[in-house]
Design a protein around this ligand. Sequence first.
Ligand code: HEC
Length: 141
Amino acid sequence: MKVKNVFPRPFGIVVCIFIAAFSIILQAQSKKVFKAPPSADEIKNPMPGDAASIIEGKKTYTTFCAACHGNKGKGDGVAAAGLQKPPADHTSAAVQSQSDGAIFWKLTNGNNPMPSYATLTPTQRWQLVNYIRTLAKSPKK
Ligand code: HEC
């Protein structure tokens, strides 16, 4: 049996190209991997991870980060459930195994829905890195 072609052939081709392009763009946006460039590992942390810096880092974290990442950094903040992507667990090996420079780069640049914090001073951002280090899972737990 022969099915009658209602649309001229080029129409189908144009529709296919359009759908393909659209889905590629959608995928690229939702799956943009959050990865710091290798050069970020070269950025050295100028702040010692001392008590003063950690206290300041904790204050900034509570103000700007805890809503999504949770007070203990587990990614379970009150706003976490409403996001299209879960906030990172800062206690995890996946985060803790990264260099200070990579974490600094990520919190500076963000990756939707993770906001960019380039507006915080570099000092505040390094204090955040130092505070995030204290959230590492204790090996005993
Ligand atoms: C609106 C919710 C939200 C807020 C507020 C937020 N984050 Fe995030 N954060 C996310 C999400 C979601 C991801 C995962 C993004 C991804 O994987 O693309 C993330 C990822 C990260 C990562 C990358 C972890 C990894 O997997 O390597 C770091 C570091 C980070 N956030 C630090 C912070 C810091 C520091 C603050 C506060 C200054 C903060 N975030 C505030 C939602 C948030």
